[in-house]
Ligand binder design. Structure first.
Ligand SMILES: [Zn+2]
Length: 352
């Protein structure tokens, strides 16, 4: 996952995609620290090596942090000041640990984050060294020591993951993106569609955003008020060696009612219309073939639009991974999670 954003939505309103105001930052990275690293969260094997083997592949600084529980001098890591978009991975095993969008300036001199990248990033354990009781962090994949977590961090988690930069490598978001293919759809509320596709094998990242209109830099408020031609959309970054475009199209149609005009579920308005965007003739044919196949299953005509991909605008960061971060939000519980359950039951063979 390369393009990962965050979301701070505390709304409890029972409507789709509640209103919040937060700016997205999507600067293009110049850092090339780990540009050749393939981002992989689908690993299952832990990495175990002897000290001698680790010494061979790690620099002395990395070895000191990761394998000797060392602590770097504050302000000494070149990653401390990095603000570009991207991913921080374990220097020992490339396990994705933190996204740049959860990085914040803690003033401590150590790279600080408010949340790990995934449930497979970190292990937390008690550490009573140095006369302090702290929660120590290790890489879940290789066991490398990374730092500590404290409960004085910013919202939404209130946690501060204080990390030794020498234990990390930075992968700029644009460095890994070309390794994946991308597909774009609009399927109603993007909170729902994002969580569905993130459950699908071979999908590396899903970004919520806006597409289908001509307006530049659309905001949630503009789109939600029907002031643009955009629909709530999402981009799926996937590994074509693990899942085909055709299977993604299958998931897409399983996730929607393609006969509903300008809406899905409780959401109504052209911003909730369904669209399959194609990037080439092959994708167009795959979509059209699928529509032909499913037409017999419905009594009403298929309303899903099939249009050439033009431009996708990333949504505000609080909309990204919304369901994951707001599992108890009213709409999420009433709509997004049941919709995900219903959809995944139809495409069981494609679920992660
Ligand atoms: Zn590791």
């Amino acid at each position: 996952m390369i393009r990962i954003l965050t979301f701070l939505c505390f709304t409890v309103c029972f409507t789709a995609c509640g209103q919040q105001n937060k700016k997205v930052s999507s600067s293009v990275s110049q850092k090339m620290t780990g540009e050749n690293i393939l981002i992989d969260t689908s690993w299952t094997e832990k990495i175990v090596k002897s000290d001698a083997e680790w010494k061979k592949i790690l620099t002395p600084k990395q070895y000191y942090i990761l394998r000797e529980q060392g602590t770097e001098r504050p302000f000494s890591s070149s990653l401390y000041e990095v603000k570009e978009g991207g991913l921080y991975v374990c220097a020992g095993c490339n396990n994705p640990l933190f996204s740049s969008v959860t990085k914040f300036n803690s003033g401590t001199g150590w790279p600080s984050f408010f949340k790990p990248y995934s449930a497979k990033s970190l292990n937390v354990s008690g550490d009573n060294s140095l006369g302090m009781v702290r929660d120590a962090l290790t890489c879940q994949r290789c066991g490398g020591h990374l730092g500590h977590v404290f409960n004085d961090g910013p919202k939404p988690t209130g946690l501060r993951y204080c990390i030794d930069g020498d234990g990390l490598l930075f992968v700029p978001k644009d460095a890994a993106a070309p390794k994946w293919s991308v597909a774009t759809f609009a399927g109603g509320c993007f909170w729902c569609t994002e969580t569905i596709f993130e459950s699908i094998r071979g999908v590396k990242e899903v970004i919520s955003g806006y597409a289908g209109g001509k307006e530049k830099n659309p905001t949630y408020e503009m789109v939600g008020a029907g002031l643009t031609g955009h629909a709530e959309s999402f981009e799926v970054y996937y590994d074509p060696s693990e899942i085909s475009y055709s299977d993604l199209v299958r998931v897409f149609f399983a996730s929607i009612d393609p006969t509903t005009v300008d809406g899905q579920g409780p959401d109504r308005g052209k911003q909730y219309r369904t669209i399959a965007f194609y990037r080439n003739d092959t994708e167009k044919q795959i979509i059209e073939q699928k529509i032909k196949e499913i037409s017999a299953d419905y009594s009403k005509p298929i309303a899903t639009q099939v249009v050439p991909y033009d431009k996708f605008w990333e949504a505000e960061e609080y909309h990204q991974d919304f369901v994951k971060r707001n599992p108890n939000q009213g709409y999420v519980r009433a709509e997004s999670i049941p919709r995900r359950t219903r959809t995944l039951a139809k495409v069981k063979d494609l679920v992660k």
